[in-house]
Ligand binder design. Structure first.
Ligand SMILES: Cc1cc2nc3c(=O)[nH]c(=O)nc-3n(C[C@H](O)[C@H](O)[C@H](O)COP(=O)(O)O)c2cc1C
Length: 405
């Protein structure tokens, strides 16, 4: 979608809206057609490359000499919803890392109970453990040492886990370590005609089982088309519900200056988006109305998200807080396995979300995947396959921004 893998599926269109003046709409049509060369010509010297400081954490993780900082420098590269990076690491107690959920980095509208935020924290924990093992250190994970947040409360400020470090030489290296800095959520089109390797499907299954979860891959048109329909409808609901749309709009970072200042959230950096934003033709705070041409353009951006070799799903027997964290641990391992196999993954989470307007798609996706009996919960749904264009890392905040000493 974006040239540098920077626009979330929950993210926004970057063209004019129905409410824009007619002259604006003509301009956009022109840009989309014959005048596009003129437009890009005037953007000479403007590139979609992310600012170096925003992607530096992907390059510097290996350099940390202190074991806990080495763990955290890798952990902060974890996949997480809207790239909010909802973590604070308290290092004041020797030999331990206390992981807290940053109260300012939650998504009350699209993730009202913080389920996805906890999945992101689970991914963070798993990467911390893999990094510790690389240094020969085992880690005991104490989940929610102060008690888990209530089922329907945001985990704002909660202590998610305490990681207790073992002695040097207590762990063997994890073969997935090398994939941590190579893993990226690729959001461009995927090939439709490439099968997933059997070994990858097997490894995903074993990983899910190890964490007490179930997984499966829907492949072939008969299995994938109903999922495509539900995920598309779910996205349209998120896009046309003002408060959920605006939640994404508020965390958009448009252009290198904004991305460098806030290397988190949804980064929009293509020259065209920046130009439209600069001249006032792209205002992320305008909510697309049902039936409008602006919504049509938003939905056009969804088309690449229907390309894939298949959909991977990950489900848990219950939806308890520790299970949500565990799902994040399993999910990131599944993604690392895909990276090792040269495959790509891209979560499409709208239909899984718990806000009331999403009730229909949420029930439909559970039904379609044969889940839901006895509290079984779909925790992650991702299209999987082989991206047709390479995209690089997404921004990260520096290690020191999340560490408390
Ligand atoms: C629980 C969870 C839900 C996510 N849902 C979506 C989604 O609906 N759409 C999307 O484009 N990316 C989704 N992502 C991927 C994040 O956008 C991505 O991890 C984040 O931007 C950081 O990028 P990276 O994974 O390339 O490091 C999700 C990730 C997690 C952990």
């Amino acid at each position: 979608m974006e040239s540098r893998n920077v626009m979330s599926a929950s993210a926004q269109p970057f063209e004019g809206r129905a409410s824009a003046a007619t002259s604006r709409r003509s301009f956009i049509r022109l840009v989309g057609g014959g005048a596009v060369l003129a437009a890009t010509g005037s953007l000479a010297g403007c590139s979609g490359e992310l600012p170096e400081t925003a992607i530096q954490p992907w390059r510097s993780a290996e350099r940390e000499t202190d074991t806990r900082r080495f763990m955290l420098a890798h952990a902060l590269l974890a996949p997480n919803p809207h790239n909010l990076q909802p973590w604070i690491a308290d290092l004041r107690e020797a030999g331990r890392i206390h992981l807290n959920c940053d109260s300012e980095r939650v998504l009350p509208e699209t993730d009202p109970f913080g389920r996805q935020i906890l999945i992101g924290c689970g991914a963070f924990i798993e990467l911390a453990l893999i990094a510790a093992a690389q240094r020969g250190v085992s880690v005991k994970v104490e989940l929610f040492p102060g008690g888990a947040p209530a089922d329907q409360a945001l985990p704002k400020g909660s202590r998610i886990a305490t990681l207790v470090l073992g002695e040097p030489g207590s762990a063997a290296a994890d073969p997935l370590f090398a994939q941590i800095v190579r893993r990226h959520t690729r959001k461009s089109a995927y090939a439709n005609d490439r099968a997933l390797p059997e070994s990858l499907l097997r490894n995903w299954g074993e990983t899910a089982t190890r964490f007490g979860l179930r997984t499966g891959a829907a492949t072939g048109a008969a299995a994938m088309d109903p999922i495509r329909k539900i995920t598309r409808e779910a996205y349209e609901i998120e896009a046309t519900t003002a408060r959920t749309w605006l939640e994404s709009a508020r965390v958009m970072r448009i252009g290198p200056g904004a991305i460098a200042t806030n290397p988190d959230g949804i980064s929009l950096n293509s020259p065209m988006v920046r130009a439209l934003h600069t001249v006032g033709l792209f205002d992320p705070m305008e909510v697309p109305a049902k039936g409008s041409s602006s919504l049509q353009r938003v939905m056009d951006r969804w088309v690449p998200f229907e390309t894939a070799s298949g959909f991977l799903w990950l489900a848990s027997p219950d939806n308890a807080r520790p299970t949500q964290v565990t799902s994040g641990r399993a999910y990131v391992r599944a993604h690392l396995l895909a990276t090792a196999a040269g495959a790509d993954m891209h979560p499409l989470s709208q239909a899984l979300q718990e806000f009331p307007e999403m009730r229909g798609p949420r029930a439909a996706i559970h039904r379609t995947l044969g889940l839901g009996a006895g509290g079984e919960t779909l925790q992650m749904l991702a299209r999987v396959g082989f991206a047709t264009e390479p995209t690089g890392p997404s921004p990260r905040r520096r290690l020191d921004a999340l560490v408390r000493t």
